[in-house]
Design a protein around this ligand. Structure first.
Ligand SMILES: NC(=O)CCC(=O)C(=O)O
Length: 294
């Protein structure tokens, strides 16, 4: 007898709606969870199948809060945030790229993105690989590495297409995006909380660069701006297409952005401009070796 169809088995979806839930974050964790639930519900009502939440959305983005708000993901009874995400993914039959959250694991703290599939199961965890340490005198000083341990793995999940994950500062490193491209990723999702000092000049630039270099989709989701805290986020959650075009973007206020993704545009773009075939690894290798051994 044939197996009963698995209701959670995803067909090979190439066209679907994505939601970027740009949330306002407060110091009240329950309120943050309620806001996220509401935005998830709104996204589903508008037909979204893939949802992205911001970096650090259950907790203010501040070293003073990370440890206090952190949850042990292996102990679901002590992890209200993961329970909510899992229930929402399962109840609505959607994939949630769960932004990022402070995670406790064996006495260490990580900046971690959890990805839930439509059956509500945790499909993967991405721990931020490149921690954000910056010091621009008179403008911004922040040192994630004082609090967090860096992750050491790229993360790819297969749900609605093949998805690569990065968290905020990870977007500045083209090598990670190129690795995802090599492994057949269709879209890279970067929950982020770029700051106002670097955001204006760079946020759009790095998203479009990662998309156009690798001819794939890039989706970002930020918290909305709150100018009263110690760290002011830039906002501007965005979806970029495989030729570097901005499909949709937001301002800095709280909002839920919905957009249509069509993965067939990736193949179209790669067919008309076959960058992969045009690459000259022979020359890059030669230059590398020559510079090391002139
Ligand atoms: N949360 C972050 O990783 C911020 C990254 C950022 O603002 C940057 O300029 O890089």
């Amino acid at each position: 007898m044939a197996d009963a169809p698995n209701p959670f088995q995803l067909p090979n979806i190439t066209k679907f709606k994505i939601a970027l839930c740009q949330l306002s974050i407060t110091s009240d964790k329950n309120q943050n969870l309620d806001r996220a639930s509401r935005s998830i519900r709104l996204s589903v009502e508008q037909g979204a199948k893939l949802l992205v939440l911001p970096e650090m959305w259950n907790c203010p983005y501040s070293s003073d809060y990370f440890a206090k708000y952190a949850e042990d993901f292996d102990n679901r009874d002590a992890s209200p945030t993961l329970s909510m995400l899992s229930e929402a993914a399962c109840c609505h039959g959607i994939t949630i790229i769960g932004g990022s959250l402070p995670e406790w694991d064996h006495g260490r703290l990580y900046n971690t993105c959890c990805i839930f599939g439509p059956d509500g199961r945790l499909k993967a965890k991405h721990r931020k690989i490149h921690l954000f340490d910056i010091d621009i005198p008179g403008e911004i000083s922040f040192k994630e590495s004082d609090t967090f341990t860096a992750g050491d793995q790229p993360t790819i999940v297969d749900t609605v297409g093949r998805i690569g994950i990065g968290i905020c500062h990870d977007i500045r490193f083209p090598e990670l995006a190129a690795l995802y491209r090599k492994r057949g990723v269709d879209i890279i999702c970067y929950p982020g909380a770029f700051n106002v000092s670097t955001g204006e000049l760079l946020w759009e630039l790095v998203q479009r660069a990662r998309a156009v270099d690798n001819q794939l989709f890039v989706a970002t989701c930020s918290p909305s701006r709150n100018s009263t805290g110690s760290y002011t986020t830039w906002g501007h959650s965005t979806l970029v297409g495989p030729s570097g075009e901005i499909i949709v973007t937001s301002g800095h206020e709280e909002t839920t952005v919905i957009a249509q993704i069509d993965y067939s545009n990736i193949q179209l773009q790669r067919k008309s401009l076959p960058l992969d075939d045009q690459k000259r690894e022979d020359i890059y290798k030669f230059i590398d070796a020559h510079e090391l051994n002139p």
